[in-house]
Design a protein around this ligand. Sequence first.
Ligand SMILES: [Zn+2]
Length: 183
Amino acid sequence: MSLKSVNDILNILQLETKLQEQPFQRLLKCWSEVVGTAVAAHTRPLSIQRNVLWVATSSAAWAQNLTFERQRLLVKLNALLPNPLVDIRFSTAEWHSSKQVADQPNSSVNPQHPSYLGKQIAPENHLNSDAGDANTTFADWAVAIQARSHHLPLCPECESPTPPGELQRWGICCLCAAKKFSR
Ligand SMILES: [Zn+2]
């Protein structure tokens, strides 16, 4: 076996490891695109346990409606995830507690790649700068995001900075991939 083919195999294994280690993070990135922004505002994925996705909803009515829709959602999500989900459970039980955890200042600032960009910045950085000027804080954050994004390759369809893993997997970013699969 040549050295080159050994390297190829190692690269593939590394890529597969990366894809498998964070299925929930991948799901978060594509969630609002798959379910739509209206539904995303009333839902919050909590965790994946034994290939079952747990999602908090803002009301019992949302939990009920989405439970009827879950097969459709499973098909879309499984097209994007490395490990297929077997079911989705919707419940209002953790809506309020999970909201506090996920309610970070940058969670909805960039509609292009919200969770991806949001994770780049630790929220603690902003707690220290108690200048009290939210606009300045946001401007700082936007500049930091742009600087970081410049190191990323661009999605050929929407030209957004895209993690290389997504380009390798789909040839486009996960949001464009989600759009394609939902057509
Ligand atoms: Zn794209």
